[in-house]
Design a protein around this ligand. Structure first.
Ligand SMILES: Cc1ncc(COP(=O)(O)O)c(C=O)c1O
Length: 286
């Protein structure tokens, strides 16, 4: 059966889900998105995702066409209509379709566009969770407000295409000799003296919801966490490296630019944090 998508108040078959060519998301990437995971038919860490959505739209002076509570209702309705047991809900809000292509915001009361669709993905049992993934490094060529979850993702498209061509699962983006983040993930290492290191939040990176949960869960278990930038050399000298995101939870990085991280296998801390995160996700799903 065909997937159902949500477009501006209507539930429609995915193939019929359309927006105007004048939509500012299409013309200017003038929009914000979010991706939340679904586990056993329930939304994971969605409060964090909705809070970040609210912050992102505020930063670009865009108003949401629906309340956060209503947005969550629509997410749940789509999960139900599409029978998603395990997967993702994508949502995007743009500044809507004006009458032409003016860079400045529409003067009239143009309604923002809100769309959502789902996909199926067995995140818990993904093969790469067992094997870990290889990453490559690329220069971080993005704009300076990466804390906003903007739909302007061309730099990440190019980074992840380069990774795909190199047979890698993710690209780590590098700026001033330090790792900023992955194309669509937050980056972590475990140092030789067992400190979990991840870059501090700021305008250089997206504040990952999974990153936030993992840091909190680690600290609650008295694991040492340091929020600071690290280099690729430091990652290669580390005991473990891993990435986090809504679409893969916690996943080991086993090589960087063809060089093994430790013995080239997922390490015990990564596996432990993954289990802890999945338990948290199940316990707090809505
Ligand atoms: C650039 C970037 N960093 C980090 C993340 C991870 O964020 P989250 O854990 O909220 O999925 C993403 C997710 O898409 C991302 O695009």
């Amino acid at each position: 059966m065909e997937q159902i998508a949500y477009v501006n108040g209507e539930y429609v078959p995915l193939s019929e889900a359309k927006v105007s060519v004048l939509d500012r998301g299409f013309l200017f990437a003038d929009g914000i998105y979010e991706v939340a995971a679904v586990l056993d038919g329930k939304l994971i860490d969605n409060e964090s995702h909705l809070a970040r959505l609210e912050r992102s739209v505020g930063e670009i002076k865009l108003r949401l066409p629906e309340s956060l509570a209503r947005i969550q209702e629509i997410q749940k309705e789509l999960v139900k209509r599409n029978n998603v047991e395990n997967g993702l809900v994508y949502l995007e809000v743009t500044r809507g379709a004006d009458t032409g292509r003016d860079f400045a915001f529409p003067k009239n009361d143009v309604k923002p566009t809100l769309i959502m669709f789902t996909s199926v993905k067995d995140i818990v049992n993904a093969a790469s969770a067992k094997s870990g993934i290889n990453v490559i490094t690329v220069p971080d060529i993005r704009w300076s407000r990466r804390d906003i979850k903007s739909v302007a993702l061309l730099a990440q498209v190019l980074a992840k295409q380069a990774a795909a061509e190199a047979g890698a699962g993710e690209a780590w983006m590098i700026e001033d000799g330090k790792v900023t983040e992955g194309g669509s993930s937050s980056c972590f290492i475990l140092t030789q003296d067992d400190v979990i290191v991840t870059r501090q939040n700021g305008s250089e990176i997206l504040p990952g919801c999974t990153r936030k949960a993992v840091v909190k869960l680690a600290e609650e278990r008295q694991l040492r966490v340091e929020e600071r930038a690290f280099s690729v050399d430091e990652a290669l000298a580390a005991k473990e490296a891993f990435i986090t995101s809504a679409s893969l939870f916690v996943q080991a990085v086993v090589s960087i630019d063809g060089k093994k991280v430790a013995d080239g296998k997922p390490g015990p801390m990564t596996n432990r944090l993954r289990e802890i995160y999945v338990d948290f996700a199940r316990a707090t799903a809505v």
